[in-house]
Ligand binder design. Structure first.
Ligand code: UDP
Ligand code: MG
Length: 199
C-alpha cells in the first residue's frame, strides 16, 4: 500500500440514483490501495437530491469533500473546478454514473507508476447508443485533425494523472472545453489502458 495521496474528482449532475453505490465502490477500492485519499464531488447544479446525499456522505466520512455550483455549468467546468481544489499527488477523474467501474482505478494507477504522467481509459466495448458513438467519434476526429494530434476515438473521461499534469491544466489560461483534447495537447508522457464501459 502506497502513502501517496489519491484524489478522485467526480462531476455530479443529477446522479442521486448512483451516488451511494458509487461511494461504496470507490471507498472499497481506495482503502485497498492508499491510506490517504479524498473523494471530491462537484455538484454541477443538480436538481434532484444529489447534493443532499453528498452532504450525508461528507458528514460521516472525512475523506469526502464537496464543491457546489450555483447552477449547471457542464461536466468540463465541474471537473476543472475539481482539479483546482484537489490536494492529491495522483488525481483520478471518473464519471458518477458507474459507466466507469471504480474497481479499475488500481489498474490505471499501476500503469501510471510505470513512469507515465497520464493514463487514459480506452473503451473498446463502448456501451453507448449508436448515435452517441457516431457523434462522439466525429467530434474527436474533427478536433484531432484541427490540432494535428492523434486522439484515440475510444478515449474516455476515465483517467489518472500525476500532480504535475493537473498543475499544467490549472495554469492553462485558454482552457479547452474538451479535456481529452487538452490533455493530448499538453504533450505529457501518456499511456492508455483498456477499461470496461457499463451501459
Ligand atoms: N455531468 C455534469 N454536468 C453536466 C452533465 C454531466 O457534471 O451538465 C456529469 C455526470 O453527472 C457524470 C459525467 O458528468 O458524472 C458524465 O456525464 P454523462 O454520463 O451524462 O456523459 P456521457 O456518459 O454521455 O459522456
Ligand atoms: Mg455516462
Amino acid at each position: 500500500m502506497s502513502k501517496t495521496k489519491i484524489s478522485v474528482v467526480v462531476p455530479i449532475y443529477n446522479e442521486a440514483e448512483s451516488i451511494q453505490e458509487l461511494y461504496k465502490r470507490l471507498t472499497a477500492t481506495l482503502t485497498q490501495i492508499s491510506p490517504t485519499y479524498e473523494l471530491l464531488f462537484i455538484d454541477d447544479g443538480s436538481t434532484d437530491n444529489s447534493l443532499g446525499l453528498l452532504k450525508d456522505l461528507k458528514n460521516s466520512d472525512k475523506n469526502v469533500r464537496i464543491i457546489k455550483f450555483t447552477r449547471n455549468f457542464g461536466q468540463q467546468s465541474a471537473v476543472l473546478a475539481g482539479f483546482r481544489h484537489c490536494k492529491g499527488d495522483i488525481i483520478v477523474q471518473l464519471d458518477a454514473d458507474l459507466q466507469n467501474p471504480p474497481e479499475e482505478i488500481p489498474k490505471l494507477i499501476e500503469k501510471l507508476n510505470e513512469g507515465f504522467d497520464l493514463v487514459s481509459g480506452i473503451r473498446k466495448k463502448r456501451q453507448d447508443s449508436f448515435l452517441r458513438k457516431i457523434c462522439s467519434s466525429f467530434l474527436i476526429f474533427l478536433i484531432s485533425k484541427l490540432m494535428g494530434k492523434k486522439i484515440d476515438l475510444d478515449i474516455s473521461s476515465f483517467r489518472v494523472m500525476n500532480r504535475g499534469v493537473v498543475k499544467k491544466i490549472n495554469e492553462c489560461k485558454d482552457k479547452s472545453r474538451f479535456l481529452s483534447a487538452l490533455v493530448s495537447w499538453l504533450g505529457v508522457s501518456s499511456a492508455q489502458v483498456e477499461v470496461e464501459h457499463a451501459k
